[in-house]
Design a protein around this ligand. Structure first.
Ligand code: CTP
Length: 400
């Protein structure tokens, strides 16, 4: 049986927690309610105890009858923590790293996915401080169910209503039923282009949209991985639950990736890193003159090459964007950069490459197997690449 810790906080929507708990119990989940003291002003512990069929946890320093140290046992027992309704207060506290009540300590101690379903007045929801903390938590791997628009208890109308319990339960089920074959693996994905500055207003870049890397990060997260996404400038929304580190230049990406590398299990380098940068970055805008201008370029660090040289346990996946002799170039890169897997695409094919929603790729592994894939969405291709990664992990475990 999967266990859900249902956190209930001080919001008028707290009465809906009873319906959520009851639906989760009917679906066969073990439900363990943790209330903040403010929540108990809105709904009684007895109601939630009755519908969940388990003791309700309220105060941190209550003498436990059969629980060991309560927050640790709850944190470990949880397959998922759902905070519904989540007040602005709980989100601010978790974001600030405060752990003053049983719910915040449980959230801090768990390794399970944590889902917040915020419910509050529109003004509070749209408040910039609240939005800032919410984005921060999303970037740290916490998941959010967006509130709905409609009439609110405070008499106004707008965004801030807790969605229907049915919808909340469906969200939880989707997370728990996803294929978890990358559970707890630490995955680093790089995405997007880099920008190499010429002067304060100009730079060299490429057409990469970041879509392939973002799809990989999203799918790896769904499959249970702890994902860090290091991305060059893009306009796409980062996936929820993924830690995002924004970088600009190849050098910045190199520094960040190098620091994170030792701790990673899997590194997927989907970024289109500039191979060259201007040798000098002018501190003032370059003024035009009558003559031509020659820019001298120097090499950027080959990030993937560095990782290939220094890898220990890490599984390393590279990309090769080519315009000719795709298989030959890809094989050569796989060997030269000491990769486990390379994903090659022919940029001249329709539906492949940078800005498209789709891609046509060939996946080649270290042992020489070649998998030619048809046109597919980048999400689907991300799953195929991750399938290959899982396969290699299995083979390594069997070989031990
Ligand atoms: N890459 C990298 N650092 C660079 C350049 C590329 O980590 N400075 C990575 C990319 O993220 C990609 C792979 O290397 O995973 C292939 O990139 P590509 O530019 O196609 O390969 P190069 O080795 O630079 O070869 P060439 O320029 O000859 O195509």
């Amino acid at each position: 049986m999967k266990n859900i810790v249902l956190g209930v906080t001080g919001s008028i929507a707290a009465y809906k927690a009873a319906d959520i708990a009851s639906r989760l119990v009917k679906k066969g989940f073990g439900v363990h309610v943790v209330m903040t003291p403010a929540a108990a002003e809105f709904i009684t512990p007895l109601t939630l105890q009755t519908v969940s069929g388990n003791p309700v946890h309220l105060e941190m320093f209550r003498t436990a009858e059969k629980w060991e140290v309560e927050h640790i046992s709850l944190a470990q027992r949880a397959d998922l923590i759902l905070v519904a309704p989540a007040s602005a207060d709980i989100i601010g506290m978790v974001a600030a790293g405060l752990a003053g009540n049983l719910l915040t300590t449980t959230i801090m101690a768990t390794r399970a996915p944590v889902v917040f379903a915020p419910a509050m007045n529109t003004g509070m929801y749209e408040n910039r401080v609240f939005q800032h903390w919410m984005s921060f938590l999303k970037s740290m791997g916490y998941l959010f169910i967006e509130p709905e628009e409609g009439p609110l208890a405070c008499g106004t109308s707008g965004k801030g209503r807790l969605p229907d319990p049915e919808q909340i339960v469906a969200f939880v089920e989707q997370i728990l039923s996803a294929n978890q074959d990358l559970k707890d693996r630490k995955v680093l994905v790089t995405a997007g282009p880099t920008r190499e500055h010429i002067d304060p207003v100009r730079f060299i870049t490429n057409h990469s949209s970041g879509k392939m890397g973002f799809a990989l990060a999203r799918r790896a997260k769904n499959r249970g991985a702890q994902v860090t996404l290091v991305s060059g400038p893009t306009t796409i929304k980062p996936p929820d639950g993924v830690r995002v580190i924004a970088v600009e230049t190849a050098q910045e990406m190199f520094e960040v990736v190098k620091d994170l590398f030792t701790d990673m299990d899997i590194v997927i380098k989907a970024a289109a890193v500039a191979d060259y940068r201007p040798k000098v970055k002018e501190s003032q805008k370059i003024k035009k003159s009558c003559s031509d201008l020659v820019l001298e370029l120097e090499r950027t660090p080959d990030i993937l090459g560095y990782l290939g040289e220094h890898k220990e346990k890490q599984l390393l996946v590279g990309f090769a964007a080519e315009t000719e002799k795709v298989l030959d170039h890809a094989r050569e890169k796989l060997l030269r950069k000491n990769l486990d897997l390379i994903v090659a695409n022919d940029l001249t094919m329709e539906g492949a490459g940078f800005a498209a929603e789709t891609n046509i790729a060939v996946i080649i592994n270290k042992k020489g197997s070649v998998r030619e894939l048809p046109l597919m969405t980048k999400d689907k291709l991300a799953d195929m690449i991750l399938d290959e990664v899982v396969q290699i992990i299995k083979q390594r475990q069997e070989a031990k």
